[in-house]
Design a protein around this ligand. Sequence first.
Ligand SMILES: C[S@@+](CC[C@H](N)C(=O)[O-])C[C@H]1O[C@@H](n2cnc3c(N)ncnc32)[C@H](O)[C@@H]1O
Length: 295
Amino acid sequence: MAMSIRELLLQGLNSDPKYIDVSCRYDEQGSKYDEECTNVESYYYYKAEEEIVRTFAAVGLSNLEMPFKLFELGCGSTKKSQIIIDKILRHESTLEYGLNDLSADFLEKVCEDLSAIYGSRLKVDTLAGDFMTVFPKIRNYRGRKVLLWLGGLHCFPLNIQPELLLNIASTLQDSKPISKLYKNGVHVLNRELKSTIDLSKFELEGRYVENKDVSSASYIQVWLRSLVEQTYVLENVGKTVTFGRGEKLLLYGGNGLSHKYTFEQLEHLFASVGLQIVNQWDNGHSALTMVKRKS
Ligand SMILES: C[S@@+](CC[C@H](N)C(=O)[O-])C[C@H]1O[C@@H](n2cnc3c(N)ncnc32)[C@H](O)[C@@H]1O
């Protein structure tokens, strides 16, 4: 858990040598000084960072599947982030942006600036405070997310960098119950066939297949894609199974799962087995259908 600023200051003063932690300088005023530094012509470092962000926006962003929510740690004035935001908004109509920095007052001012620039196209939510305290909120965000941390890692002492990175990595962990459920078949396989299939070497992917044909239905397909070539022993049956790099392990048999029907498709399906729809109640997501034998 993050220390309060008082605890952090006292810890520094009780140490030998005494110190003031770097993060203590970023109150509202410090954040303004940081912003001023970015305008100093001789401050080559900021310009160099800005240039690399421009390169990323031009060539790196296209590697990311959109849409996603952009979270930013220690965002400062967001001048550099705006290069990335501009580029995203060239393709997307809106962008969700969760921005973090230590000073709530400074963040409020940054949000006003962002609102003046982007209006309602940028849907901002502020996460003020030490980022250690906002990791759980980022972790709990269920949609696709990208975490931005510019000019960040190098500011922290070497001995705490691994811990910070571990925390960041854990915010990107798949915490969705639905994906845990999809992947659970692998745990069952490992238990029943005595194997060690490693889920971290697979990526969960899926797609929705829309099918308007009256004798069919729409459905979902979901699979694990092997990130590397890998072979596992299935001890209980004395066999091995190999997954090629990029090979799919489907998490369903047949065409797919979680079928979605139009009324006509259901009618057709029931009619094919001599049943007739009598009534149906639906709430836009689910329906309960009453059927009887055709007379
Ligand atoms: C070197 S500045 C970089 C600002 C901006 N990201 C950029 O690249 O221009 C570091 C930023 O991290 C913020 N910061 C430092 N420690 C932090 C912490 N523990 N939690 C959240 N933000 C922090 C500071 O307030 C500051 O805005």
